[in-house]
Design a protein around this ligand. Structure first.
Ligand code: ADP
Length: 254
């Protein structure tokens, strides 16, 4: 569970976040929207305890992130990076083992329990058969699933993802989002950013829109997403059309 209270952060004299508050509870998938440079990554870095020098508070499961050591933080919150980053040639199982804090080199290899956690995480996501493959030689969609498995092997119940579908084809975008939705349904707390406002109707319980360092709007996509919001966030004129099932929406540029 994440509670952010009145968070403000500046790079030098440049204020990027200005009094941001947010809550994400177990069972929820909360999606942060905002144009490039709005401060989404900065917000996530503050929540992960990677940036200091902010005012306000970040609590994970009710405890201040600043008062946790690296091990305590890792047991509570996991960061899932984007898949399309250069990677070293590890096997899939080694990538997932890294989430357990296992040592892959030197005298002591990963313990049996760590292997089990890594294997379980791969099996849970239906990619156990990839275990011995070279991470750099599987598809982008598979790599993203491996990075999710790594976070699960870490054992943290709060998952943070920065634009998890960047660079993935449509099918893999949907598979990744469906998986994150499923993890939220199992009781994980999921906080992610997205550049696809129309997709949030399908998977987000709540959206949080950031503009000028502040929370501009917050609520369910159904309640807060409208033409005005898209104009304010992205400077784009659209018409939002409802699908025949009354749930899906698509945006038509005007
Ligand atoms: P987003 O993830 O929404 O694209 P970021 O959090 O990456 O936004 O960036 C927010 C603002 O802070 C941007 O204007 C960016 O240029 C600036 N910024 C990001 N990282 C740094 C840094 N290390 N030093 C100075 N400014 C930064």
């Amino acid at each position: 569970m994440i509670s952010v209270r009145e968070l403000s952060f500046s790079y030098g004299s440049r204020r990027v976040l200005n009094g941001i508050s947010l809550e994400a509870k177990p069972g929820e998938l909360v999606c942060v929207l905002g144009q490039n440079g709005a401060g989404k990554t900065t917000l996530f870095k503050c929540i992960l305890g990677l940036l200091r020098g902010y005012t306000g508070e970040v609590l994970i499961d009710g405890e201040n992130i600043m008062e946790m050591d690296a091990g305590q933080r890792a047991r509570r919150v996991a960061y899932i990076p984007q898949a399309n980053r250069p990677a070293f040639a590890y096997s899939v199982i080694d990538m997932v083992l890294m989430g357990t804090g296992a040592r892959l080199t030197g005298m002591s290899g990963p313990a049996e329990a760590e292997y089990k956690a890594a294997e379980q995480a791969l099996n849970k996501l239906g990619i156990g058969d990839l275990a011995e493959r070279d991470y750099t030689r599987i598809s982008g969609g598979e790599q993203q699933m491996v990075l999710i498995a790594r976070a699960l092997a870490q054992g943290a119940k709060t998952l943070i993802m920065d634009e998890p579908t960047t660079g993935l084809d449509y099918g893999n975008q949907m598979r990744v989002q469906k998986q994150m939705r499923q993890l939220a349904a199992e009781g994980y707390t999921v906080l992610q950013s997205s550049h696809h406002p129309e997709q949030t109707y399908m998977f987000a319980d709540r959206i949080l829109c950031i503009k000028d360092g502040k929370v501009f709007r917050e609520g369910t996509p159904q309640n807060v997403m409208d033409e005005m919001l898209i104009r304010e966030l992205y400077g784009l004129e659209v018409r939002i059309c409802e699908g025949t099932d009354g749930k899906a929406r698509f945006f038509e540029p005007v």
